[in-house]
Design a protein around this ligand. Sequence first.
Ligand code: HEM
Length: 456
Amino acid sequence: MISMGYKTAGGKPFEIPGPDHDHVFISSDKHLEEVRKAARDELSMFGATKQMFQPQYTMLGHNWLDERGAEGVGYIRACGTLFTRQLFNLMPDIERLVDEEFRRVTQQPEYTSGSVKIVQGYDLLRRIICTVNGFCFFGDELANNEKFMSKIFTYNQVVIQAAEVLRLLPEFMKSIVGPIVSRTSEIQSFIFETLNEVVARRMEDRRLRETGEISAPAPSDMIEWIIETAPTHLGWTSRRVTYEIIAIWFGSVHALSATATYALFDLCEHPEYIEPLRKEVTGPAYDEFIATTKGLPLLDSFIKESSRLSPIESMAGRRQALKDFVFSDGTTVKKGDWTCVPTKAMQYDDAYFPSADSFEGFRFAPQDKVPRDSPSTVLQSEPSRYSDISDNYYVWGIGGIVCPGRFYASIATKSVLAYILKNFDCSLENQNTPRTFTWRSYSFPRQDARVKFTAR
Ligand code: HEM
């Protein structure tokens, strides 16, 4: 529906109604610029996110303000600077955790027969990403708490399902059904209380460290970075910090595991890329990647191409109008409606990506890194990296607001694929099983798409 609207509109804005609000899709540079420049009380990312995830019911009553920045944006520094800086030290742990979790899942007897393992690809990737994220977010203490990690793994699914039910209900029904969803969800309470206990202790330790009463260095994980970057003038409590961590956890783990799964599916569907990619990850470029977090240009391009053709959502840059918003050409987004960008349709547009329908795994790589006998025949005019904010590729946002977790996301995805390339040949168990489940504007990898891993 969005793709058809995009094709018919020929670059002009178009509208698509929805059950809970209407959408005004924009794609021209001028409209995008006006969204980027809109005041924070006009167009709101937080307003749209709240509508999507219904946090007042799915996050134990937490309800952040519509205006982004009203409570500071310390989380951007936490995810984009402090976390990214720490990645240099985390590389060996990420490598180890990918290996351990892969082995743990695939050692289940139902999955293994000799050197062949057949596993639900999405489940495997969700578990690996949950484990790696758990270590980076919560440090050793909670990452090693099996009950906590198993509940938080389930939590992501609960939020999506509950939010999708709630957002389709009229307001008066939400107030009846919402409390049932949140109260019956023992998972939410357990996660919040367990995490909150650690956060409260960490906040106290921080105070004691400042007064010199303890000298041990602070841990380096998301809990600590969010405490460090919390707005001091607002005097956040441990519960408020806990909500912030959970919100970032949720956004990061879902997007990352779905994107990595599609990259795995593409590896299975395009075996002609295995040899050049394997050569890259078994050569010196891999050691450089572990030492510097940079490099692996062919794998980087492959992942970017996969996410171009299989984005997890058809739209990007959702902004809810907090009051009627009028673009300079008169296009109006009524209060409560959203403006957004038809990103999937644009990523399939030949005007931006030559041979846009074709999977060209190395199209984004620098020309001098692409092997002579490359399976890709098409290159973009300029090379770019997966974590770059590039024109007409809005996987990380439309500018103005962009994903601060993209450097980690890129490293985590490369680490998982490099591990698989080094150790296994892989293929889809059944080439005819559809790989995507589409619900509204979301695309989820299908649970029943199973991947066959054969040890090398
Ligand atoms: C492949 C994985 C990921 C994808 C595709 C993705 C995508 C996005 C997008 C599109 C936005 C901008 C939203 C908008 O403009 O409406 C965003 C924002 C954000 N992402 Fe990600 N993300 C990913 C992983 C992560 C990870 C791993 C983290 C944390 C470690 C993270 C943290 C955030 C935060 C905190 C924001 C809000 C930024 C702000 O308010 O300025 N994301 N992400």
